[in-house]
Design a protein around this ligand. Structure first.
Ligand code: XIL
Length: 394
């Protein structure tokens, strides 16, 4: 009851100006190791997220191999998993023709034994991309051949163990201006990609790589008879100009008869830099195109984007409560769109949190190294936060 009161009390705090919701530096990633985590999670008596949302959609968490075992109790809340790294190109095919599926297969195995869906993240991205795929001197034909071969091999390897794929990730510019959107010049390239030709798909192929990626993924699923879906995934899609860019991209794909089932709104949000109505407007726009929507990487940083003067040692209660309001609003809208609004419209089919609990968030080092953040539904003791109650009490 107390919480509900606080939530209403601070609801008006969100009149912030929407600004860039970036989460990614443009550097190419090195191969990542999954850290060892040794912890026995505590539990308090609360309903499981997946049970509360059973009539709506699956609730997922992003994991790494080392996280699963120590967090097995907390993982009961989630009935879907995404992999933070293990399915990225540099993890799966570090050298041409040498595939390394072991780490991801471990998670797939866990998911199967524990009745969890797996979201595939991600087939084509400018980051976590080995230099052999696309760098200085690579021809367009080579790059597209390599991309198609990667997509075909990977989709075939997992079959229906992966129920949906982020086929292309982050192809749109960070924060396009309206003028860029109007002129159609809103794709990620140059400085917003890696700043070199390595990984700059757009510089080499224009949007053909996006079209070809979806065509190939669709071809493979048909050939193998797989019941899987294909998503375009990006961040900042709640910002009006970027939403419009995404809509233009989707319309172009659809006009070419290219199969695309959904849009992943990553959802790396920042307290204060978020307008709930714009989030809803995006869901509305995408579902009206006939696409399903999933929030695929939800976390809410307690800091605005960039470095900050203030750095907290622990999560202040007021901030936890404001964060709860924002979480509550996002889940509320997602529930409202979980059934199609009209014939031919898509719907919201999932929310995935980008992490299990606050002690495992990438935001502790992004975009500022070693700055503790509390972006998720469970705190660093694995206890439910006000945000947890805000999304489960409705
Ligand atoms: C992040 C992971 O969480 C980190 O562990 C890794 O170092 C970098 O990638 N958008 C995406 C995700 O699509 O793949 C990113 O994940 C977060 C931003």
């Amino acid at each position: 009851m107390r919480l509900r009161h606080v939530r209403l009390g601070v609801a008006k705090a969100f009149i912030g100006v929407a600004v860039l919701i970036a989460g990614c530096s443009a550097n190419q990633e090195q191969v990542e190791q999954s850290p060892e985590v040794e912890k026995v999670p505590e539990q308090v008596e609360v309903p499981l997220l997946k049970d509360v949302y059973a009539d709506y959609f699956p609730i997922g968490a992003a994991v790494k191999t080392g996280y699963i075992e120590p967090y097995s109790d907390l993982m009961n809340h989630y009935n879907s998993v995404s992999m933070e790294y293990e399915m990225k190109w540099s993890a799966l095919q570090p050298e041409e023709g040498r595939f390394s599926y072991a780490a991801s297969d471990e998670i797939i195995d866990y998911a199967k034994k524990n009745d969890k869906l797996v979201r595939g993240h991600t087939l084509v991205w400018y980051r976590a991309l080995p230099a052999w795929v696309l760098s200085e001197g690579t021809t367009e034909e080579q790059a597209l051949d390599r991309m198609r071969a990667h997509i075909a091999a990977v989709i075939e390897h997992y079959g229906e163990s992966v129920y949906t794929w982020d086929v292309v990730n982050e192809a749109l510019a960070d924060n396009p201006t309206q003028a860029q959107v109007d002129s159609g010049n809103f794709y990620r390239t140059g400085k917003e990609a890696t700043g070199t030709l390595t990984g700059d798909w757009y510089a080499l192929t224009g949007i053909d790589y996006i079209k070809e990626a979806f065509r190939e993924a669709d071809r493979v699923r048909k050939e193998l008879g797989l019941d899987i879906t294909l998503f375009y995934n990006d961040y900042g899609l709640n910002i009006p100009a970027k939403r419009e860019a995404a809509v233009k991209l989707i319309k172009e794909l659809q006009a070419d008869g290219i199969a695309i089932d959904g849009i992943g709104m990553q959802g790396h949000y920042y307290l204060g830099d978020f307008i709930m109505d714009e989030f809803e407007n995006s869901i509305k726009a995408f579902t009206e195109l006939g696409l399903d929507v999933q929030v695929t990487e939800l976390d809410i940083s307690i800091y605005p984007y960039g470095s900050t003067d203030e750095v907290y040692d622990e999560l202040p209660e007021t901030i936890a409560n404001i964060q709860a309001v924002m979480y509550g609003g996002i889940f509320n809208i997602a529930r409202n769109y979980s059934t199609p609004k009209a014939e031919g419209h898509g719907r919201v089919t999932g929310i995935t949190l980008w992490g299990i609990a606050d002690d495992l968030s990438w935001l502790d080092n992004e975009p500022v190294k070693n700055r503790k953040n509390w972006p998720l539904l469970f705190d660093e003791e694995q206890l439910p936060k006000p945000a947890f109650y805000a999304v489960t009490q409705f």
